[in-house]
Design a protein around this ligand. Structure first.
Ligand code: AMP
Ligand code: GLY
Length: 427
């Protein structure tokens, strides 16, 4: 009999996971909690939020769910995997202890130091005056400093300061004004790394791992990496900066040692491991790890995975990845995120979205912040849609994605026009 699968989350990442799982022959029924209008076309949406882990567990038990897949990080850090596992249910993702790799930057940095994993030089401070003095010395030498709050701060807890004034302001805001709450009681001050960023995804079963693919996100809101950081404005796979040789280095110097280190520390890491790498002149260095798939990277990773995703996720849960490998399609996939005007600051919701019916059959419009009412689709978030297209190479995929984006319209629609352009310049 076919399996019953539950995906937790409601963004473009979860839509991409469900789009891929919808092609799995072994699946009988797909559910999403809470899902979104794009997901609702492929799965039954359940009205339970991602953070309501007790309700999710109860629902999964009552509905004989064979495997639950967690999209976002908050439920992971709050221990949803521990809860399901204790109750004897299969769930894909790391335990709360393992998710600290993303949830506590200090835990992660100390692990890198102990196990010799390449990362930016750093110091940890819980004392405001000591932190200030250290930042002052670095800035005086003309080096930009990176100041990070320890805990999760919705992607806003990282400040790159080139002047003393900026550094001072960031430390005051995190440590004195507590603008990120307890997340800012301890800060990391670290060396600024120059280079291109790459998101590298591997699946781990605790001991064994299989590389999936690398992608490149575009974090700033405007072209040429200008303006404030967002959740991500577009992505493509196989960034040319991440050569085969660098990928091997990343596997041997970063991925393998981290998975072994987590096991040695008693917090075995299962699930997807997302390494945020800076490709420096000295090779790949870790900026951060995430305990989940990336958004919008998943929207380009899923269309590239050849064959069935379900057995890979099950093998991660069951400790059987040794017997598997992931094969990728040839060519590339590019996605462009369509955002609401004002995002990542305040923005309006409720604008009518038009043109989706005109998209080519093989274009995928992954939904993030959308709402369906009386058969019409409206904007309902900062990032609204991610339009993904495959092509024989980056150029073809990119041209197609931008042709398709032009068919879509809503009031205040904003997107970057330079997704994957860096790759074209290199290639
Ligand atoms: P994190 O949450 O630690 O990944 O930081 C968020 C973003 O800040 C990263 O994706 C980088 O763009 C930037 N960043 C963080 N740390 C550094 C660093 N040491 N050098 C340069 N950029 C950094
Ligand atoms: N695309 C960045 C992230 O998912 O964290």
């Amino acid at each position: 009999m076919g399996k019953r699968i539950l995906v937790i989350g409601q963004g473009g990442r979860e839509h991409a996971l469900i789009w891929k799982l919808n092609q799995s022959p072994g699946i009988d029924k797909l559910y999403a909690a809470p899902g979104n209008p794009g997901i609702a076309a492929l799965a039954e949406c359940i009205d339970i939020q991602a953070e309501q882990s007790e309700q999710l567990l109860k629902w999964a038990q009552q509905n004989a769910i064979d495997l639950t897949i967690v999209g976002p990080e908050i439920p992971l850090m709050e221990g949803i995997v521990d809860k399901f596992t204790d109750a004897g249910l299969k769930i894909f993702g790391p335990s709360a202890a393992a998710a600290r790799l993303e949830g506590s930057k200090i835990f992660a940095k100390n692990l890198f130091k102990k196990y010799g994993i390449p990362t930016a030089q750093f110091e940890v401070f819980d004392n405001f005056d000591a932190a200030r003095a250290f930042a002052y010395e670095l800035v005086k030498e003309g080096k930009p400093v990176v100041i990070k709050a320890d805990g999760l701060a919705a992607g806003k807890g990282v400040v790159i300061a080139s002047t003393w004034q900026e550094a001072d302001q960031a430390l005051n805001s995190m440590m004195k004004d507590r603008s990120f709450g307890a997340a800012g009681d301890r800060v990391i001050i670290e060396e600024f790394l120059r280079g291109e960023e790459v998101s590298f995804f591997v699946l781990s079963d605790g001991k064994n791992f299989i590389p999936l693919i690398a992608a490149q996100d575009h974090k700033q809101i405007f072209d040429d990496d200008m303006g404030p950081n967002t959740g991500g404005m577009g992505a493509y796979v196989n960034p040319p900066v991440f050569t085969r040789e660098l990928e091997t280095q990343a596997i041997e110097k970063v991925i393998r040692p981290v998975i072994a280190a987590m096991e040695a520390e008693g917090c075995t890491y299962k699930g997807v491991l997302y390494a945020g790498l800076m490709i420096t002149d000295e090779g790949p260095k870790v900026l951060e790890f995430n305990a989940r798939f990336g958004d919008p990277e998943t929207q380009v990773v899923m269309p590239m995975i050849k064959g069935d995703l379900l057995p890979l996720l099950e093998a991660s849960v069951n400790g059987e990845l040794e017997n598997h490998r992931a094969e990728m399609e040839s060519g590339n996939c590019v996605c462009v995120v369509l955002a609401s005007q004002g995002y990542p600051g305040p923005y309006e919701k409720g604008q009518l979205i038009e043109g989706l019916e005109d998209l080519a059959a093989d274009t995928i419009a992954f939904h993030a912040g959308t709402r369906l009412e009386d058969g019409k689709l409206y904007t309902n978030g900062g990032r609204v849609l991610a339009v993904a297209c495959r092509g024989a190479d980056i150029k073809e995929a990119r041209n197609k994605a931008y042709d398709e984006v032009k068919k879509i319209n809503f009031a205040g629609m904003h997107y970057r026009t330079d997704i994957a352009r860096k790759a074209l310049r290199r290639g």
